[in-house]
Design a protein around this ligand. Structure first.
Ligand SMILES: *Cc1c(COP(=O)(O)O)cnc(C)c1O
Length: 368
């Protein structure tokens, strides 16, 4: 029985998506990125499904996310890379969590936190994105310092990595060239990182030279395409999340009836309105008012009027619907549902944003 509102997560799809991508990409290592609660899918179950599909590492943004995986009993290698001032490096090191390093100061703080153990780090180079990562002028100093700390045994440089901007193929190739300069310099300074990683899903698929021996896969694992011009099906992927609910009320109304706040929609003819109990509090973007598609009784209809905090209305015309009927907001287009990408287009955002924003009030249910 479908809950009032729920996100159903197909963990088998996650496992299959990883297998499919590994076949295409062919690198010895895959880091499955489960930050932001697994892009809204649930970090722990997704992590297990990804490992079952052959991912050998997990990636998170921050230390707390990594420690939550350890608390759940996951003992695979984990890398986390975004550290606020005062981040608890000692806890990460104790838990065997690898740390991305974005400055010489961070490297020193991590060495200081090693507490008799060995910290495992991946040096992050800025190759153009201008976010975190060490800028090129500071590479020589960073690499020398890392080599010294390796010799003293407080840390081991397990990886060197960067992240692409996806601005254009030529911008990404330029960043790749910068990254290759960094690798050459690191090698000259005596570093021998086991993992070299630059590509996230898009470049892992489209830019073979960016694969090195490791890729970081996020969106593709969730079955969504990072490309505007290729669908999940084009990439052989299955969307893992289906967002659904049940119709909460139905009424027959005359022509000219105003619908939802500000009456931005009025019925053209006598019609049936179905009330869907999901709103922007649940992550349904208000920006998709009047546009976001839903599947009801085997047909797609757009939201009628404004998306409100808890609900929105669909004008189903003369389609026979009843309270309790299923409504699918997005899922797998291969089975007739709208896709997360359709909602992204309706809201002027990207599919990443659509799945990640689903609110806490929406129950997660796992199907295998
Ligand atoms: C989020 C993130 C990824 C995953 O990107 P996708 O496009 O979802 O595959 C990879 N690397 C870093 C550094 C990230 O922040």
């Amino acid at each position: 029985m479908t809950a009032f509102r729920e996100a159903v997560i197909d963990l088998d799809a996650v496992t299959r998506n990883i297998r499919t991508l590994r076949k295409v990409i062919g690198t010895p290592h895959v880091i499955a990125v489960v930050k932001a609660d697994g892009y809204g899918h649930g970090a722990v179950p997704v992590a297990r499904a990804a490992l079952a599909g052959g991912a050998d590492w997990l990636g998170t943004a921050d230390i707390q996310e990594a420690l939550a995986l350890r608390t759940a009993g996951i003992d695979s290698p984990i890398l986390c890379w975004l550290h606020p001032d005062g981040a608890d490096f000692a806890a990460a090191i104790r838990a065997g969590v690898d740390l991305g390093v974005s400055s010489a100061a961070q490297l020193q703080q991590i060495a200081d936190a090693a507490g008799g153990g060995t910290a495992h780090v991946h040096l992050k180079l800025d190759t153009g994105l201008s976010r975190n990562g060490v800028v090129e002028e500071d590479w020589a100093h960073l690499f020398r310092r890392a080599t010294d700390l390796e010799k003293s045994g407080v840390l081991r440089v397990r990886g060197i990595f960067s992240h692409l901007s996806n601005t254009s193929p030529s911008d990404d190739r330029a960043a790749l060239a910068v990254f290759n300069r960094g690798l050459a310099l690191a090698n000259a300074e005596g570093l021998r990182p086991g993992l070299v990683h630059l590509a996230a899903t898009a470049a892992a698929i489209d830019l073979p030279d960016a694969r090195f021996n490791t890729v970081r896969i996020g969106i593709g694992m969730y079955g969504l395409s990072p490309f505007d011009d290729r669908s999940s099906a084009d990439l052989g992927l299955t969307p893992a999340m289906t967002l659904r609910g049940r119709i909460a009320a139905v009424r027959r109304v005359p022509a000219g009836t105003g619908v939802s706040y500000s009456y931005t929609y009025r019925t053209a003819d006598e019609s049936t309105l179905a009330l869907v109990p999901l709103g922007y509090a649940d992550g349904v973007p208000r920006q998709a008012s009047g546009a976001g598609p839903v599947l009801i009784a085997g047909r797609q209809f757009p939201v009628a009027g404004r998306v409100a905090m808890d609900q929105f209305v669909v004008d189903v015309g003369d389609t026979a619907v009843a309270v309790g009927d299923d409504v699918i907001l997005f899922g797998d287009p291969a089975v007739g549902a709208p896709g997360a990408s359709d909602w992204a287009a309706a809201a002027g955002t990207i599919n990443y944003d659509i799945v990640t924003r689903i609110g806490a009030r929406v129950e997660r249910r796992y199907s295998e």
